[in-house]
Write a protein that binds this ligand. Structure first.
Ligand SMILES: O=P(O)(O)OC[C@@H](O)[C@@H](O)c1c[nH]c2ccccc12
Length: 267
C-alpha cells in the first residue's frame, strides 16, 4: 500500500492542473490580497513575551478523522488571536484535511497576526496562490521536495514578500536548508506512519542552522512541555488537535494559555 504522503502528493498534482486552468496566474495577481504587505512570523516569535504558540485550524486529519469542534472558523481564529496566539496555521488542503482556500481568506479577513498556509506545496503556482489568499508564510515539507526545488520556491516566496517555514523530520532533511528559509519546523509526527515522538524536537533543535528560529510541531498537549521545549531552544509551538478536538477550541486555548503563564511564573 502506498504511504499517505505519496497519495497526497499525487493528488496535489491532479488538483494543480485543474486549478491552474480555472484560475490562471494573471487572475490570481488581480486579487487585492496579492498586493498586501505581509506580517512576519519570524519577528512575531522573537518578540519579547510572545506566547510562541501557532494555533492551527484543522477540520480533520487522515489519522484522526473529523475533530470535535462545533465552532465556526471565524469564532476560532478571532478567539485564538484575542487570547494570545503569536500566529495561526490554516489548513487549506481539502481532500485530506477538510480545509480550503476560502478558510484562509476568511481567517485573513478576521485577524491581523501572521498566517501560515498549511498545505503540501510542490509548485510555484501554489506560492502565488498563498499570497493571493492572504497568507504571510508558506510551508515547504522537506520530505516532499529536493533541495533545488526548496531553493527556487523559497526565492519566489521572498519575491512576493512571504516567509518560508521548512519542515523537517530528520537530521538529513536539515541539509536542504538554504538562505531563503526563514524558519525551521520540526515535525514530531512522522508523516508516513503518523507516529508522534516529541524527542524529535529536543534532538533536532540542536542541529538547526543558527539564526533560523525553530518551531516544534505536532503532538503538543501539555503546557508544561512548552517550558522544556523553550529551554531546549524552540521559539514556536505549532498546536492543532489539542484545541480542535474540544467542542470549544477557544475555551481550550484560553485555559492552555493560562496554564502556560502559570508555569512561566513558577519556573
Ligand atoms: O494537531 P497537532 O498534533 O497539534 O499538529 C499540528 C501540526 O503540526 C500538524 O497538523 C502538521 C504538521 N505538519 C503538517 C503538514 C501537513 C499537514 C499537517 C501538518
Amino acid at each position: 500500500m502506498a504511504f499517505i504522503l505519496d497519495t497526497i502528493i499525487a493528488h496535489k498534482h491532479r488538483e494543480l492542473a485543474i486549478k491552474q486552468q480555472a484560475f490562471p496566474l494573471a487572475v490570481l495577481q488581480q486579487i487585492p490580497a496579492f498586493k498586501r504587505t505581509c506580517f512576519s512570523l519570524k519577528q512575531a516569535l522573537l518578540r519579547p513575551f510572545s506566547s510562541g504558540i501557532i494555533a492551527e485550524h484543522k477540520r480533520k486529519s487522515p489519522s484522526k478523522g473529523y475533530f470535535a469542534s462545533t465552532r465556526t472558523l471565524e469564532q476560532i481564529v478571532t478567539g485564538y488571536a484575542q487570547h494570545g496566539a503569536a500566529a495561526l496555521s490554516i489548513l487549506t488542503d481539502m481532500t485530506f484535511f477538510g480545509g480550503s482556500g476560502e478558510d484562509l481568506m476568511m481567517a485573513r479577513a478576521q485577524v491581523s497576526i501572521p498566517l501560515l498556509r498549511k498545505d503540501f506545496i510542490i509548485d510555484p503556482y501554489q506560492v502565488y496562490e498563498a499570497k493571493a489568499l492572504g497568507a504571510d508564510v508558506i510551508l515547504l515539507i522537506a520530505e516532499c521536495l529536493d533541495k533545488k526545488t526548496i531553493q527556487s520556491l523559497s526565492a519566489l516566496a521572498h519575491e512576493l514578500g512571504l516567509e518560508v517555514l521548512m519542515e523537517v523530520h530528520s537530521r538529513e532533511q536539515l541539509d536542504k536548508w538554504c538562505a531563503d528559509v526563514d524558519l525551521i519546523g520540526i515535525n514530531n509526527r512522522d508523516l508516513r506512519t503518523f507516529e508522534v515522538d516529541l524527542n524529535r524536537s529536543f534532538e533536532l533543535v540542536q542541529c538547526a542552522p543558527p539564526g533560523t528560529p525553530v518551531i516544534a510541531e505536532s503532538g503538543i498537549h501539555d503546557p508544561q512541555i512548552i517550558a522544556s521545549l523553550r529551554q531546549a531552544g524552540c521559539k514556536g509551538f505549532l498546536i492543532g488537535e489539542r484545541f480542535m478536538h474540544q467542542p470549544d477550541p477557544v475555551q481550550a486555548f484560553q485555559s492552555f494559555i493560562l496554564q502556560l503563564q502559570q508555569t512561566a511564573t513558577h519556573a
